[in-house]
Design a binder for this molecule. Sequence first.
Ligand SMILES: C[S@@+](CC[C@H](N)C(=O)[O-])C[C@H]1O[C@@H](n2cnc3c(N)ncnc32)[C@H](O)[C@@H]1O
Length: 223
Amino acid sequence: MKNDERHKYKLYGRKRSRSLNIQDQYIIKNLFPLYQLKDESIYSNHHDIEFEIGFGYGEHLLWQAENNKDKLFIGAEPFISGVISLIKKINEKQIKNIKISTTNAINILDNLADDCLSSVYILFPDPWPKKRHHKRRLINPNSIDKLHRVLKNDGHILIASDHKGYIYSILFNFLQDNRFSWICEKSSDFTKKPYLSTQSKYEKKAIKNNQNPVYLTFKKISL
Ligand SMILES: C[S@@+](CC[C@H](N)C(=O)[O-])C[C@H]1O[C@@H](n2cnc3c(N)ncnc32)[C@H](O)[C@@H]1O
């Protein structure tokens, strides 16, 4: 994995919501390197490594790390205000099992070893609702293939979304790929959150607007 934070693939969406004040600049310069994802993070003693793609303000990642101290959580988020917000909390709480990157998650997937992740979370990925923007969607056959390579056998991909069109497209793409099984036996399996966690910003927003989130879980089938 490159530590120079270059984006090999095109990145869409927000990166910075405001110019950084002195405190934020201090955090990026001095604290970020302490929690930054580097090659050696992955070769840690952790048996279980979970990856959150697009962690936003990091509510879910922080909750998971605090409640599962035996696991390592890695997170990718190019939106700097979200990264700064998470670093502040990690630093205050002295969390030891989170490593983060501002790099496009697709770059990170390319640089991870085969079969190294137990789970991947993609919570409320940008839906890019306009047809001409669908090609920007993070979850597509190409990224599903990359996810397959880095997941352990029986590893899970957990996805949440409140956008019907994107949900159909995600389901369609995973069901086309016979290397995954969709963990769903009854309708409550996709309306009930399949993991314990606090609500993320976008999850709260969806619930507040009565846009009930759908939760999709796919398992990598062991061969
Ligand atoms: C709609 S927000 C959801 C944030 C958070 N997961 C939540 O539930 O509140 C989607 C996030 O994905 C991030 N994102 C988009 N493309 C990404 C990529 N290629 N790699 C990493 N993060 C990405 C965006 O910056 C944005 O913060």
